[in-house]
Design a protein around this ligand. Structure first.
Ligand SMILES: [Zn+2]
Length: 201
């Protein structure tokens, strides 16, 4: 078993073999993990939440779902959920523009930048930021409206998911660096981001 520690607010890229399982854990709880994946042999074929939720008919990832690529090919199965279903398919990854809009000054890490840096570390330049599967992120959809409040349920310490790949993949997990007193958004726990653990089983 290989363990990859994703430090708080950073991202890491790693290879996953066809059929291999990976467990992604938030040891301290309530830490969004933006999950990206692409076909190892062609990084322009990336995992796509909108392509996935059309056949699953759910705006939240659920056990039994198969994550599809933008070319509608099965990339990974969601096989175990130890986080009470608190996952999101909707929110675009945070990026430098969003932090500027939130009023951050100077450089602020983002999931989009974490993806770029992690992929560059494996020799791949990213020209598009795909949408992510936002594990451990609670969004609520009611009557077509999406919201997230500090009062919403949060993922407890040790919350985890297990995925099983359906092809050779390059995956990136970003410990979302969101740490602002945003307008009512409980993305991460108060006190700033915390690490994410990835175990290749
Ligand atoms: Zn983020």
């Amino acid at each position: 078993m290989e363990t990859i520690i994703v430090p708080a607010g950073e991202g890491r890229a790693f290879h996953v073999n066809d059929g291999q399982q990976m467990r992604i854990t938030t040891p301290k709880g309530q830490q969004s993990a933006d999950f990206f994946a692409c076909r190892a042999a062609d990084t322009s074929e990336w995992l796509s939440p909108p392509h996935t939720w059309m056949p699953t008919r759910s705006l939240h990832p659920r056990v039994g779902d198969t994550f599809l690529s933008r070319l509608r090919q099965p990339m990974a199965d969601f096989v175990e959920d130890g986080a009470d279903g608190l996952h999101d398919f909707i929110i675009a990854p945070c990026d430098a523009i969003r932090y500027r809009q939130f009023g951050a000054t100077g450089h602020h890490r983002s999931c989009a930048e974490n993806l770029e840096i992690a992929m560059r570390g494996l020799g791949h330049e990213i020209t598009v930021t795909p949408l992510a599967v936002n594990f451990f992120t609670n969004t609520v959809v009611e009557d077509g409206f999406m919201f997230n409040t500090p009062a919403a349920p949060v993922v407890q310490p040790g919350g985890y998911v297990v995925l099983q790949s359906r092809m050779d993949l390059i995956c990136v997990v970003s410990s979302c660096p969101y740490d602002l007193d945003g307008p009512g958004w409980a993305i991460n726990a108060p006190g700033g981001p915390t690490e994410i653990i990835v175990e290749l089983l």
